[in-house]
Design a protein around this ligand. Sequence first.
Ligand code: SOE
Length: 388
Amino acid sequence: MKPLNVALIGTGFMGKAHSIATAVVPILFGAPVEVVRKVVVDIDEELARNAAKTYGFEEYATDWREVVNRPDIDIIDICTPNDTHAPIGIAAAKAGKHILCEKPMSMTVAEAEEMQAEARKTGVVTMLSYNYRHTPAIQMAKRLIEDGRIGKILTFRGHYLQDWGADPMAPLSWRFNKAKAGSGTLGDIGTHIVDAARMLVGEFEAVNSIVKTFVPERPLPSGRFFGQRGEASSEMGKVDVDDAALTMIQFNNGAYGTIEVTRNAWGHHNQLGFEIHGTLGSIAFDYQRLNELRVAFGEDAKSDTFGWRTVYSGPNQPYGDLLWPIAGMGQGYIDVKSLEWYNFLKAIAEKREAAPNFADGVQIERIAEAILKSGETRQWEKIDQSAV
Ligand code: SOE
C-alpha cells in the first residue's frame, strides 16, 4: 500500500497527542501502513507554523476546507473543538478521505447521523477517538467477558471523574459553552465511559438520569487560552452546559448499571473506572492505575485467600505481542493514543471497518442526548437503536 498523507486539523492538546502517536506508532508497534505527516492546519497562522515545526509536519495551512479537498491527502485527523467536527467530517467524507475524529462526534444526533451517512456513501474508514477503550487492561476485561470467564453480566458501575472544573473560579473554557461544545461533562468525558459500557456490556435500552450544573458562572479567560489552563479575567460569563450526570442504565441484555460523570470531584484527576459483576466473577478497572485489571472469580470462593487480585498488562494479554516483553513494565496515555492510531491504520490497511466508528459514534450521541433529556423529564428515556 502506498504511504498515506495525513492532514491534522487543530493544534491544541489533542493535536499534540495525535502527532506524537503518528510519530511513534512505527517504532512502538510497526506501522500497518506508512503515514506521512503532510500538513497541519490551525486558523491561527502562528500556531499552525509552530505546530508544523514542533510536531514534525511538512507544511502548514490555515483553511481546513482547502486541505480537506487536496487530492494528495488521504487521512483527515480532526482535533478541533466540537462545533467543527461535523462540518469537517462531512466535507472529508464527501472528499473520500479516511477520518479519525476526536470525541464527542458532534453537537447533535442529527449531525452525527449526517456524518455517518456521508461516510457510508464513500466507504471511507472512520474512527472516533474514544481512546480509553484501547487500554490493554480494558481490552483484557473485554476478552475475559467474551471468553465467558465472569459468566452472564449482571451489573455495571461506571464513572469518569475529574477535578479541573471543581474550582468555581476556573476560567470559562469553550468546554463550558454550549455553542462550542454541544454539552458539558457528559459529551466531554461521559461519552468515554458510555463507549466502554457499550463495548463491554452491550447496547443501552433506556436511561434515567439526574443532570446538574453546579457552577452557573465562571470568570472569562484573559488572553489566549489553552485547554483547562489559562488566566481568569475579572468579567464573568454564563455556563450553559452540564457539570455532572448520574444515570441508571437498562441494557438490552437484561443487565443494569449506573454511570456517574463530573469534572467537579476534587482529588479525582482523570479517573475513568468501572466494576462489572457477572454470575461467575467480577472485574474492576481504574485508569489512574491503567496497567492493572482487578479480578475476582467465584470458583476461588472456598479458598482462604479468596478476594480481588491484580493482573498487570503484559505479553499474555491483548496487544501482548506489541507491548514490552515483561508484564508490568507499564503503558501511559501516549501508548494508548498510539494503540488507537495503530488500530485505525490497521483497519485502513486491511480494508475493513474500524472500532469505534461513526456508527458507534451515532449511538453514543443518541445515548448522551437521552441522558440529558432524562435529566429534564426525570423519566426513563428509551434509546433509538435504528440502524445507521
Ligand atoms: C478534558 O475533560 C479532557 O481533555 C477530555 O476532553 C478528554 O476527552 C479526556 O480524555 C481528558 O480530559
